[in-house]
Design a protein around this ligand. Sequence first.
Ligand code: ATP
Ligand code: MG
Length: 521
Amino acid sequence: MDITTVFGTVIVGSSPTGGTKKMTLKNYEVKDLHIPDEVTTVVKTLKNKGFEAYLIGGCVRDILLNRKPKDWDVTTNAVPDEIIALFEDTFYENTYGTVGVVNKIATDETLRTVEVTPYRLESEYTDNRRPDSVTFSKKLEDDVQRRDFTVNAIALDLDEKGTGKFFDFYTGTEDLKDMIIRTVGEPTDRFQEDGLRIMRAVRLATELGFTIDKNTEKALVSNASLLENISKERIRDEFIKMINSDNPMSGLVLSHKLGILPYIVPELEVAVSIEQSRSHVYDVFEHSLRALQHAASKKYTLEMRLAALFHDIGKPATRRWSKEQNIWTFYGHEVVGAKMVNKILNDLKFPKKIIEKVTKLVRWHMFFADTEQISLSAVRRIISSVGRDNIWDLMNLRGCDRMGMGRPKENTYRVRKYHSMVEEALTDPISVGMLKLDGKGIMETTKEAPGPKIGFILHALLEEVLDNPALNTEEYLKKRAKELVKLDASELQKLGESGKEIKEKEEEEKIKEIRKKHWVE
Ligand code: ATP
Ligand code: MG
């Protein structure tokens, strides 16, 4: 569906509920909306019982923009009890009347629950974050009026045939076309009702690549400090969406310019204009954002993006001028930075698992920069510090760091060499430890006393298993050990030695393969 066809098909101009006509209303009819069945069913069920039901909010906005909705919201004139009675599996836990309609068999995570909320009217907001009370309404007009931005206030009426009509009470469809974020109603009032909307405006502008309407932006800037009253969890959720977007760098630049960054992550604001030396052409802030942007361009995970953004967060605090070298130094910034990122993410109430991983990546990110000479034992040490599970992320973080410095080449010989060595270090060594029978087992089976003979038998068995891995069963090895123990020591030794040789050759081959794969010597 192309947005131009949507705007081309204006049908009628009356209120869908037949209510007040004070507000301008534009209706658009569109065919083939491709709404998932899981969602259509919920709407149909409500409508079949005579209730009104509209898709509303982000999902309608995303449909019009041809983006995949992150979640689905339905608004209705039914009240919670009436909604709950209509569906088999629901949950109802908040004070705002939202009923989650659950579809356990949906394969797509975003379709597991459809949120159904009664039309709502909101009273005064005395604490800048929540309405003093919520009452349910019978009119769609009331519900769209409480929504944050015009592009989030378009309702979509689905009919039987999968055709839909858009009801736009404000300038939502126009603003979508012009790519503008504008509050529903007076921006100052709307931000003072709920300060989180300030951050939502910036987050949505970032995600959608929109600009913020001038009037809305003015009110946003002068009310930025309202974000102080907002719970960290709500700020975190918007922050995550911004970081996970395609252009997190522009989101954070905008946050800085509009003066809201100090209320999101004050430590990042401190990094602005912190100059560096030598190979760094960017200040710490810009370098960090560029590293993050590289992570986004690679579609890396949230943890990786956070690690890229915060890897140098310890730099402002550790910066010293070296008279001897005539440069800025940042000794220990990775240790300080790891502590800082741990605190930042804790303050924002991130889950423990994410905090642990990001902290580890920040703590060890300097390894590759430090070592001029790459030794396999040094690589082994870093793997044991950061953990086997994180080593490839650490390598990729190094890539983000380099790209954040403006280095044009990602895949240099040195980087490939590191990759190769990590893989070598991770390869399980070929050893008698692979056998399904150990020295103790051999002694029990053969009744042989401890001594060099046991070692010879182990190596002889290893030779056979390397030749034919199918033989590596306890049963076979026991049987074979009993035969081998009858040979005299020198014969056994010969067998064992050749086992060792094979092992060394196999190991060499493995390493050759790895190096060839990475194009290194
Ligand atoms: P996303 O695509 O990230 O889900 P969204 O706009 O759908 O973005 P949600 O948090 O899912 O954001 O909220 C759904 C809808 O609820 C919004 O589109 C908006 O209409 C309304 N809404 C959400 N938060 C607020 C708020 N703080 N104030 C007013 N309306 C809000
Ligand atoms: Mg949504």
